[in-house]
Design a binder for this molecule. Sequence first.
Ligand SMILES: [Zn+2]
Length: 139
Amino acid sequence: MYMNLVTSEFHQTVEGLISNLTEENYIDVEEYRLARKHNALPIGIDLWIYIFLTPYGEAILDDGESDNPEILRTTQAIIRVVAGAKRYPQLEKFIPNRPNGSKVCPACDGTKNFGQDVSSRKPVRCVVCGGLGWVIDEA
Ligand SMILES: [Zn+2]
């Protein structure tokens, strides 16, 4: 019923990004280690958890210490990760338009920002919707 975000083009784009990364593209050695371990694209660090995107449309959340990192496969999770992946402009085209049946993000109330950065006092992108302002209902 819902959009097919993870197309073969998506797969190839993410794989291409992964294979083009060089060591200096990583935030730190831990991100490098985990990216190699998961064979996934490093997206960023959120609350001390490293976020990765696989070519198969999975979001991997790994704190580097757990044997069982969390793997998210819901469409919402992937949209959130892709929308938040400012490191890779190549992923922008995969951010979908707001679909029918979506609802205003309950965390940011559609403002796309949630809270503010402790040091800079700048608004922080909403982590629930990835800065889109909407979420989709997934049972
Ligand atoms: Zn939000």
